[in-house]
Design a protein around this ligand. Structure first.
Ligand code: HSE
Length: 436
C-alpha cells in the first residue's frame, strides 16, 4: 500500500497519569511533524483510566475514555498498546495479552521489565511482536536505543549512571541549599518528580530496575532482582554531604554496571557514592540524569538529560511509537530485547572493591579513635584520612574516615565489629568512593 493510502495507526493508551497525559498532549501538539516524519498518522483510539472523574491538568477526552483494560485487547483495530499504568501485575497481564494478540507494545514500566522482562521478551520473540521501552530508563535520554543500536559494535566495559531524578534532586538541594532530607523530598514530590509512592525512588529500587534493564542490554542477561545490591539515600544526612565536600567529593546515588573480564562476572549495584568534585558526573544536578558508558570501540561516552517529568518522558514514549509505526510498516527488524552477549553472571557484592567514606558517631572519650582504628587495622583496611570536627554535641563525636581500597565483604565484617563496640552510638554511615 502506498504511504498516502495508509490508515492512521491506532493506539490504545493504558494510563493517563503524568506521562500518559504528556503523550496525549504532545501527540496532538506535534501531530503534523510526526505524520510527515513517520509517513503515517498516529491516532489515539482509546484511553483506559481507573477513575475518569479525577481532576487532571490535561483534560481527558471524554469520547475516548474507558475503564476496561480488556477493551484495548479486544479491539482488533488497535495496533499498538501503550502501557503506562505502572505496577507489575495488571501491567504484566495487559502486555502479555497485547503481545499474544499481535499488538505492538510500548511501555515505560521499568519495574515490570526488570522483574518479568525475561517472560515478556520470550512471548514477544515467539509472537514476533516487539516491545519498545525507551521511557523505562532515564526519562527523556534516548539511552535504550543508544545501547541497542548506536553502540552495537562495542563490548560494553562499564556503565555508571545517575538514573533517579528524584534522588538527584534531593541530594542536589541538600548540597546546594543545605536542606535536610525530608524538606528536599517534599520539594521533589511537589514538583512531580517522585513516583506516586516515592519509596521506590528513595530506597534505590527505581534506579535498580533501570540498572537491570541497562545490564540486560549491555550483557545479554537478566540479573534477578535479589542479585543486585541496592541501597537508597534515606540515611544520608546533610552532614555527610558537608563532610564529603570537605574531602573534595560530591554525593550521588550511582548505579554501576561493570564487566570483570577475568571472571566474566558483572558488578551490578546501586549505592549512594562519593564522586570527585571535578568529575563530570558531579556536575549533574537537580532532576537531571546522566549515564557514562565505556565501550571497547567507542571509548567513553556520556548521555545527559531530564530523567523524569511529563514532557521528557513522553518524548521517549513518542519515539517508541514512531519505531512501532515503522516496524509495523515493514514487519521486520528487532522484536525487542536483543542480547549482545549472554556472557554475564552477577559478581557477589562482597567481592567488589572500592575506597570508602565512613562516619561513626562515638563517645567523646580518650582511646575511642584507637579502638576504631584497631578494628579497621585488624581487617587490613587502611585509613587515608580522618576528621573529627570540634563543633559537635557534648559527649558524642562524629569521626569521619576515608578508607583505602578494600573488599566490600571485608568492610562489612569490620562494620559488624564496629557496631558491637560500646563506644559507638549510632548506626555507622558507609558510602563508596568511586574512582570512575
Ligand atoms: N521517579 C523517577 C525518577 C522517574 O525520579 O527518576 C521515573 O523513573
Amino acid at each position: 500500500m502506498e504511504k498516502h493510502q495508509q490508515q492512521p495507526l491506532q493506539i490504545g493508551l493504558a494510563g493517563f497519569g503524568n506521562v500518559g497525559a504528556g503523550v496525549y498532549k504532545n501527540l496532538i501538539k506535534n501531530r503534523a511533524l510526526l505524520e510527515k516524519r513517520i509517513g503515517r498518522a498516529l491516532e489515539i483510539r482509546r484511553i483506559v483510566v481507573r477513575d475518569p472523574a479525577k481532576n487532571r491538568d490535561v483534560a481527558l477526552p471524554a469520547d475516548l475514555v474507558s475503564t476496561d483494560l480488556d477493551s484495548l485487547i479486544d479491539d482488533d483495530a488497535i495496533d499498538i498498546v501503550v502501557e503506562l499504568i505502572g505496577g507489575t501485575d495488571r501491567a504484566f497481564e495487559l502486555v502479555k495479552a497485547a503481545l499474544e494478540k499481535g499488538k505492538t507494545v510500548v511501555t515505560g514500566n521499568k519495574a515490570l521489565l526488570a522483574e518479568r522482562g525475561l517472560e515478556l521478551f520470550a512471548i514477544a520473540d515467539e509472537k514476533k511482536t516487539p516491545i519498545y521501552f525507551e521511557a523505562a530508563v532515564a526519562g527523556g535520554i534516548p539511552i535504550i536505543k543508544t545501547v541497542q543500536e548506536s553502540l552495537v559494535g562495542n563490548h560494553i566495559e562499564s556503565v555508571a549512571g545517575i538514573i533517579n531524578g528524584t534522588c538527584n534532586y534531593i541530594l542536589t538541594r541538600m548540597t546546594e541549599a543545605g536542606l535536610d532530607y525530608p524538606e528536599a523530598l517534599n520539594e521533589a514530590q511537589n514538583l512531580g518528580y517522585a513516583e506516586a509512592d516515592p519509596t521506590l525512588d528513595i530506597n534505590g529500587w527505581d534506579a535498580a530496575h533501570k540498572a537491570i534493564i541497562l545490564a540486560s542490554l549491555s550483557y545479554g542477561c537478566w540479573v534477578p532482582t535479589e542479585q543486585i545490591y541496592v541501597e537508597g539515600i534515606e540515611k544520608i544526612t546533610r552532614r555527610d554531604i558537608e563532610f564529603a565536600q570537605r574531602f573534595g567529593y560530591t554525593v550521588k546515588l550511582l548505579a554501576v554496571i561493570r564487566l570483570h573480564p577475568e571472571s566474566s562476572a558483572i558488578e551490578l549495584r546501586v549505592q549512594p557514592s562519593l564522586i570527585p568534585r571535578g568529575h563530570i558526573l558531579a556536575s549533574v544536578n537537580g532532576v537531571f540524569n546522566a549515564i557514562l558508558i565505556r565501550g571497547d570501540v567507542v571509548g567513553e561516552t556520556l548521555f545527559y538529560g531530564s530523567g523524569a517529568g511529563q514532557d521528557p518522558t513522553s518524548s521517549s514514549v513518542i519515539s517508541d511509537l514512531a519505531d512501532a509505526a515503522l516496524w509495523r510498516n515493514t514487519c521486520e527488524g528487532q522484536t525487542g530485547f536483543v542480547p549482545h552477549g549472554l556472557y554475564g553472571k552477577p559478581l557477589p557484592i562482597d567481592e567488589t572493591d572500592s575506597k570508602y567514606y565512613l562516619r561513626v558517631e562515638a563517645d567523646d572519650q580518650p582511646g575511642v579513635l584507637a579502638q576504631i582504628a584497631r578494628v579497621l587495622g585488624d581487617h587490613d583496611i587502611g585509613i587515608l584520612s580522618v576528621i573529627q570536627p570540634e563543633d559537635h554535641d557534648p559527649g558524642s563525636a562524629p569521626i569521619v574516615l576515608m578508607l583505602h581500597y578494600a573488599r566490600f565483604g571485608t568492610i562489612r565484617q569490620a562494620l559488624a565489629e564496629l557496631r558491637s563496640l560500646d563506644c559507638i552510638r549510632e548506626e555507622p554511615i558507609l558510602m563508596r568512593v568511586e574512582s570512575l
